[in-house]
Ligand binder design. Sequence first.
Ligand code: TNX
Length: 513
Amino acid sequence: MTDYAIIPQPISVVGTGDSFELVENTQIHLVGDSAQLTQISAYLQQLIQNATSFDLQTNTETEPGEGAIVLALDPSLSVGNEGYQLDITKQSIKLSASSEAGLFFGIQTLRQLFPAELEIKSQVSGVKWRIPTGIITDSPEYAYRGAMLDVARHFFSVEDVKHYIDLLAFYKMNMLHLHLSDDQGWRIEIKSWPNLTTIGGSTQVGGGKGGFYTQEQYKDIVAYAQERFITIIPEIDMPGHTNSALASYGELNPGITVPKEHSVKVDRAALGVEGLDPLASELYTGIVVGFSTLATDKEITYQFVDDVIRELAEMTPGPYIHIGGDESHVTEMKDYIPFINRAQEIVAKYGKTSIGWDEIAHATLLPGSVAQYWAVAENAKMAVDQGAQVIMSPATKAYLDMQYDSTTVLGLHWAAYIELDSAYNWEPTAMVDGIGKSNILGIEAPLWTETITNRSELEYMVFPRITAIAEIAWVPKESKDWDSYKKRLIDHGKRWELMGINYYKSPLVDWGK
Ligand code: TNX
């Protein structure tokens, strides 16, 4: 196993110098009793079938024969909640874990050990499907390994989101935070407040037609993610970043002014909303932040928040709801604090835990609430002083919408230019004085989409930096190694070519031809 190229780097890899060859009659043997086990083996079966065209048979009754891939769920195994062990010999592959999630992550490692051609979606001939023998023991450093996609500034289709989920799963990420609302668009159907999508979802940055997920589509995304051991975290950003809601319901609007440039009159007749409250704001298609706020002094606002959170919670099996809370520049602090306090209570009432951007630390955090550090270290420290855990998303390191350098066409650079080495070489426990390992729930890399309009652009900003973030979230700091990572990345570049993924060929990596 000298030239394996696994990202994130497993905790321990011991090679034994031989190889296992996958052939047509290799079987998948399941040990353990769990419906999810069958689903995991179907996932592996499909993964292998695409390129090899082998239709591997699964069995549970008999002893594994020669040449089997064994997936063993063994609750007594001490590899941690999400850990796994891979024992590869010339005769067989044995993947064991104490949880289904561990098995799933182990499959991602296995997948990366095969020739890169495994990632081709149609039959490939002339490849020997061999993998090196050895023993791998592995488990993650952080429980929360996430990415965020802003579907509010530009809308992304269900298919695009699923595609992103597949790519995150490949790197053992387990959280996808969806930024579902912002000034420019409201992207999730709320049945009790239908204008949110008919009006609020009708446009996006630059004035495109926008879009939204029906509740059925959202549930479909959630289920797809769940099968890949990824939790969806829905965000409704409040009380700022709410113009799309204010344009949909005048009663929520305290009378804010939409920046003239890029403000768009709601076409009441075309959208079929003639009775719209005259206080409703205009739609907004620009990228200025910080001009909007909900009317925090009106009871109707809390009815609105309650309805939205209730409907969201009903279709979100994961434990978290993100309430935003960032850049509420036109909400006075005396109004902001009670608003965030009440929003957290509403989230708790529906059985969920709140996450908010670091500004929410100004409020009184409910036990369990999580603050997401992006900009202001003092806020993150205030959250920790209240007993909260923190998600690390420093804009200067983890923001996937930041340009790589001054020549990058897409993206912004208000926080920094983030070349690959900068995305890789930072240490979560060294970012904020007084915030250490036990205060950190995990790491998240947000992709804001003011300038990102489609799948190919998304991929270009995400790859390769997301792999640096995945490695920081999975690997203990002592084992992180920039030179080793750079070398392993070459193999991943090859895989991305075969997967048709558009990526930034950082000059720091020797990608080959
Ligand atoms: C700041 S990050 C924002 C977003 C923008 C982003 C662009 C955060 C909590 N707020 O509204 O999209 O910068 O990089």
